[in-house]
Design a binder for this molecule. Structure first.
Ligand code: CDP
Length: 212
């Protein structure tokens, strides 16, 4: 039976990961967090002390390491890795590498009913023919507040004003980059997730109910 594919795109801290996890649990889907794959790539390059201006070094390292698991690891969630992920996400070779891994994971044999994939370019580039595309919006101040709380809860140091600055910078980098910028994918439903999460989920469940 054909597996359902749902894509969720949106800026940093919009809650797309939380929404993806909810969908995966409720509908028995596999969750592919593409941001996590960028973070794993960033960590690999940091650990190997790769000069990010040397494309050859990046290529060689990634060619040797092309099998990232989908398992989450909280130590990937820090701001330094987030910053480096955003920088390397501008490089076309890195994007192709991460996209291939996402597609590879959707080709694996599974009893699950489908896939929910979240990121910045999932509905616009990686899975253009998805059964349902969502684009999550939340204003930057609300996102910074949420991210700040998340970091404090993880036991990390965090200063709200710096987080807000970081979020705005990350948005800018994601929007203005040449390769796969953050856009509302064609055919996507825009969901405002600034207020109650419950309302967001009601809307999303309605949309999933309409998938044919
Ligand atoms: O947690 P946050 O939303 O900030 O980031 P993430 O989803 O963990 O992804 C880390 C970084 O990878 C983002 O800041 C993006 O710059 C980049 N990314 C991307 O370019 N394309 C994706 N599909 C996913 C992430």
């Amino acid at each position: 039976m054909k597996k359902i594919v749902i894509t969720i795109d949106g800026p940093a801290g919009s809650g797309k990961g939380r929404i993806a996890k909810y969908i995966a649990k409720k509908y028995n889907f596999i969750h592919i967090d593409s941001g996590l794959l960028y973070r794993k790539t960033a960590k690999l390059l940091i650990e190997n002390k790769i000069n990010l201006n040397k494309l050859d070094q990046i290529k060689q390292t990634l060619i040797k390491n092309n099998n990232f698991s989908l398992r989450n690891n909280n130590n990937l969630r820090n701001e330094h890795i987030g910053k480096i992920s955003s920088i390397i996400a501008k490089i076309n070779f890195v994007r192709i590498h991460v996209n291939k891994q996402q597609i590879f994971h959707t080709k694996q044999k599974t009893k699950k009913k489908g896939f929910v994939i979240d990121g910045r370019d999932i509905g616009s580039v990686v899975f253009k023919n998805a059964d349902l595309k969502l684009f999550i919006e939340v204003n930057p101040a609300v996102r910074a507040k949420r991210r700040h709380k998340q970091l404090i809860d993880l036991g990390e140091k965090s200063i709200y004003a710096e987080i807000l600055k970081e979020i705005k910078l990350r948005d800018k980098q994601d929007i203005i980059r040449k390769n796969s910028p953050l856009v509302v994918p064609k055919g996507a439903h825009i969901i405002d997730n600034s207020n109650s999460f419950r309302k967001t989920l009601i809307k999303i469940n309605q949309l999933i109910g309409q998938i044919k």
